[in-house]
Design a protein around this ligand. Sequence first.
Ligand SMILES: O=C(O)C(=O)Cc1ccccc1
Length: 301
Amino acid sequence: MLRIAYFGPQGTFTEQAARALAPGEDLAPYETVRLALAAVREGAADAACVPIENSVEGVVPTTLDGLSDGEPLVAVAETILPIHFSVLTRPGGGEVKTVASHPHALAQVRDWVEANLPGATPVASSSTAGAAVGVVNGDFDAAVCAPVAAEHYPLEVLATGVADVHDAQTRFLMVRRPGELPAPTGADRTSIVAAAVNRTGTLAELLAELAGRSINLTRLDARPTRNNFGEYRFFIDFEGHVAEPRIVDAMAALRRRCHVRFLGSHPRADGVVATIEPGAGNQDFLDAQAWADAVVKGEGA
Ligand SMILES: O=C(O)C(=O)Cc1ccccc1
């Protein structure tokens, strides 16, 4: 049985994602994303499930930073969960003066809190379920949680189906130490971090390597390197799998231009098949290479 670290405690959305990605495996909660990733790096866990981005608030910065610093880890699977919240209080808890949750959750219920708990102060907690623990301990009056949290903590459900934006979704990754890659499926996603030097046009040059090969981006984020003010790393997700000739050609071209960290190639949860423009398919790359090899051998022209 595999040991899967997840961003906990029990009852987080990430736990639900981990159950979906690794059914029947041994799940171990960690208080922060950093600790869950550290457990994999140290060998205490085989893999970790962490949130990466959501449709309302964008990326989860601690996950991006946790993947780009430290020993390399690669994503091998992903899942997307629909997100709506339950608001939990202590039974007979009285007036709600503070409402706690993960910052991404608070950002997704701002209007609801203003309308339904006027005057309540939002308080950031480590996770949605961490906020529930805080309510149990008397630190806060209400917690904005995953619906499943109501099954784990002795709290009363004040409201269900809470969300300012309906159809909100969050994507989660399963990451592990580098090893054998998942096989390409035709509907894959590849993730990298590129540390380009700060000079005119470097980002445009990197993107041109992908655009020139008709590789469709699915996400682009910048995060500070944290060492030199104004210096950034670029997190780039694109369609395709590194085992495909067209993608490995692009990766090698990027590597010539800057430092690249590979963050994994894996099947997309939404099953969207990669867009392949005429002349930019894998067979086109193989045929072109075969022709060039023949020219070099003096067997073609
Ligand atoms: O805190 C949690 O439950 C998480 O798994 C992170 C999160 C927070 C808000 C929406 C989706 C995931």
